[in-house]
Design a protein around this ligand. Structure first.
Ligand code: NAI
Length: 509
């Protein structure tokens, strides 16, 4: 099929001009394409056009384009009466209500109107592209074109091949996406596509941690910001998005994957969703809010003045041992160097994916004096420690006081395989690997989508490479062994690259 996605007069139809449709129309017009747009609610398309006019005028004020370019872009948009007027379109993008029947009905109507070579694309965020296409007479010309909100600011667009999508269709949409000044990423249809799938690792594992009593919402957010390097903690993020969006999306992805345990939702999110405690939009979610809508975050307790008499560090994890010894030397701690701790020594361990209890028992250490320190991440902005259920509070306080003595805050969590950050990041890496293993997308494209669409400090593969594939594999294996829950089983993509000692980005020809 000779479809010329570069033709100067390319005409894009946009159906549904709400939050997403208006953004799509704006970037299409700004990218030089002709736009026809329509909405079933009277007046909605005009509202959208007025909005786009303001947005482009603001972009011109900020120097993003000239005033003339902004005006020309607005002139390229024409409001039409309905789908029946989409005949001149080369591509039609639908951004109507997220409802399968409504979308299928619209495409059935469009098929009788547009030219046979017109591409039909959906901006659905949670429905299967393959399923929407299943009622079409010509499913080959149908694909997903998934933008992110707000469209003009979020450069990522996922170009999704349904089971029956012809190659030329997605090839053309990659070009159209670029002409819209987006960063298109190509993938095969999968529940949650790329970004929403990886995002489950961040939010759901955080919810599981709190549900299990390991930590609090505020502490998980602090750790993920300071230790993981995320701009926002998982609960802060869910507050902003709203559980009315996050919870149904999570349940849908879980069920579309036939209850894959990796995506298992959690009751603490579901119960808030049921109760209408949704986040900022209801002024209460995981946090409460003051009159200025500032989250009321419980303050951190001050670092204790306590210090240990002497410290013994387990050499079981050589890298963690070296990193912790270096830190403790700087703190002037009295270090014991014998092969076993003395009778009173604070006993520090550096588990990867294990909990303090398993480590202490397996290494024959006294659980009352054992405190675990997370050394997988740099211990620069925040440190995380945890004890066994038997750890003497005096020893835990001494460890806390010592590790916080240079002013770096310390988060104390309850015993947990993989503390907080190890668990959440390992889940993100594992999900990324499962997406690559199922050939949904290329590893580099998954990383690109995640950094652009979610603003994570790294995509799953780079995260894994920075931490070390063998250590992430070790973390997941330990979590899987300790919990006996297939949720934590390491994906084979990760296992193979960890065994071979190569980057997680390594493809398989
Ligand atoms: P919205 O509610 O802001 O806008 C939907 C618009 O479609 C409304 O103006 C409505 O009047 C119109 N509409 C409904 N049924 C119609 C029909 N049969 N024909 C013509 N117009 C119709 O919704 P939003 O947020 O813009 O979402 C639209 C689509 O984009 C949905 O499929 C959604 O899942 C998807 N999406 C939404 C994202 C978001 O963050 N809001 C992100 C990515 C995708």
């Amino acid at each position: 099929m000779a479809f010329d996605a570069n033709r100067p007069d390319l005409t894009v139809g946009v159906i549904g001009t709400g939050a997403m449709g208006r953004g799509i129309a704006q970037v299409a017009a700004a990218g030089g394409m002709q736009v026809l747009m329509t909405d079933s609610r009277p007046g909605a398309a005009q509202e959208a056009l007025d909005f786009i006019g303001k947005m482009l005028a603001r972009a011109a004020e900020k120097g993003g384009m000239t005033q003339d370019e902004a005006s020309a872009a607005v002139r390229r948009i024409r409001i039409v009466g309905g789908p029946a007027d989409m005949k001149p379109c080369h591509v039609v993008i639908e951004a109507i209500v997220e409802n399968l029947e409504a979308k299928q009905q619209l495409y059935a109507e469009l098929e009788g109107i547009v030219a046979p070579e017109c591409i039909l694309a959906t901006n659905t965020s949670s429905l299967s592209v393959t399923t929407i296409a299943s009622k079409l007479k010509t499913p080959q010309r149908f694909a997903g074109l998934h933008f992110f909100n707000p469209v003009p600011l979020m450069r990522l667009v996922e170009v999704i091949d349904g089971l029956q999508t012809a190659n030329w269709v997605s090839d053309a949409l990659m070009v159209v996406g670029k002409r819209m000044t987006r960063e298109p990423v190509r993938l095969k249809d999968a529940p949650g596509f790329l970004v929403n799938q990886v995002g489950r690792g961040f939010t759901l594992e955080a919810a599981h941690l709190v549900y299990e009593g390991v930590s609090t919402f505020a502490d998980v957010d602090r750790v993920m910001r300071d230790v993981g390097g995320f701009r926002m903690g998982p609960f802060e993020l869910m507050e902003l998005t709203g559980l009315d969006v996050t919870q149904p999306a999570s349940e849908l992805i879980y069920n579309q994957f036939f209850q894959e345990p990796r995506y298992r939702p959690n009751l603490i999110m579901r119960s808030r969703y049921e109760a209408g405690v949704l986040g900022r939009k209801t002024r209460r979610g995981f946090y409460e809010y003051d009159a200025e809508m500032k989250a009321i975050v419980p303050p951190e307790p001050p670092a204790p003045a306590a210090r240990p008499e002497s410290v013994w560090v387990s050499p079981a994890q050589s890298r963690g041992y070296a990193a912790l010894i270096e830190l403790l030397k700087k703190r002037g701690a009295r270090l014991e160097i014998a092969s076993k701790p003395s009778a009173k020594a604070l006993t520090l361990i550096t588990p990867i994916g294990e909990d303090a209890t398993t480590c202490a028992v397996e290494q024959g250490l006294d659980p009352k004096r054992t405190v675990a320190v997370d050394t997988l991440f740099p211990m620069v902005k925040r440190r995380t420690i945890m004890g066994t259920p038997l750890t003497d509070p005096a020893y835990r306080e001494a460890a806390h006081g010592l590790l916080a003595a240079d002013g770096v805050p310390v988060t104390v969590c309850r015993d947990s395989p993989g503390f907080i950050a190890q668990r959440i990041v390992a889940m993100i890496v594992n999900i990324g690997c499962s997406i690559a293993q199922s050939r949904t997308a290329q590893p580099a494209d998954i990383d690109k989508a995640v950094t652009l669409g979610l603003n994570y400090p790294h995509g799953p593969f780079q995260f894994g490479d920075v931490l070390g594939p063998e250590r992430v594999y070790k973390a997941l294996s330990a979590m899987y062994r300790i919990y006996g829950d297939p949720r934590y089983r390491p994906n084979i993509w990760l296992k193979r690259r960890a065994a071979l000692g190569v980057s997680l980005l390594t493809p398989e020809p």
